[in-house]
Design a protein around this ligand. Structure first.
Ligand SMILES: [Zn+2]
Length: 164
């Protein structure tokens, strides 16, 4: 049975609670479209902080090795994810909207009574992975062709290039 903890955001922060666990990547529904292959495990640790920059907060760390798809050769690209994020908790969106935008600062999220931890972890992974991952050096041209032929959507490239 998949691991599916749910936390009460403010309560978790105020009590300084700690939670950690693992997910198989195949059990992370929102990550599927980003992955070349779904084998592997994500490990997370979540810590409640009663008072961080004046707010209740969550400190979330996520680690794992993901197989992304290289946007140039469409082959697998191994990505070692290691991310730590401070999430400041607020009562509602309106409260966040009154704050000055701070792109460099911690993330601000709305605390809820029932927050699935998997949602927090998936959000963090989606922010941490590159938007258009590419190998520094793709394999040889011959390798690219055979890799492309094995991919179900390889025909898209031809379609986008016009008639053939
Ligand atoms: Zn590549």
């Amino acid at each position: 049975m998949p691991h599916a903890p749910v936390i009460d955001g403010f309560e978790f922060a105020r009590s300084g609670a700690i939670l950690s666990g693992n997910w198989q990547l195949k059990d992370c529904p929102r990550l599927q479209s980003e992955l070349y292959a779904t084998h592997g495990t994500l490990h997370y640790a979540l810590q409640g902080l009663p008072q961080e920059q004046g707010r209740p907060a969550l400190l979330l760390s996520v680690e794992g090795t993901l197989q992304l798809t290289c946007q140039r050769c469409l082959g697998p690209l191994e990505f070692a994810l290691r991310s730590e994020a401070l999430l400041l908790l607020y009562g509602d969106e309106a409260e966040i909207a009154t704050l000055a935008v701070d792109a460099e600062g911690p993330e601000r999220i709305v605390a809820q009574r029932e927050m699935p931890v998997l949602d927090l972890v998936e959000d963090e992974v989606l922010l941490a992975i590159p938007i258009a991952p590419r190998h520094e050096q793709c394999r040889s041209r011959e390798g690219d062709v055979s890799a492309a032929q094995q991919r179900p959507f390889a025909g898209l490239r031809a379609l986008m290039g016009g008639k053939r």
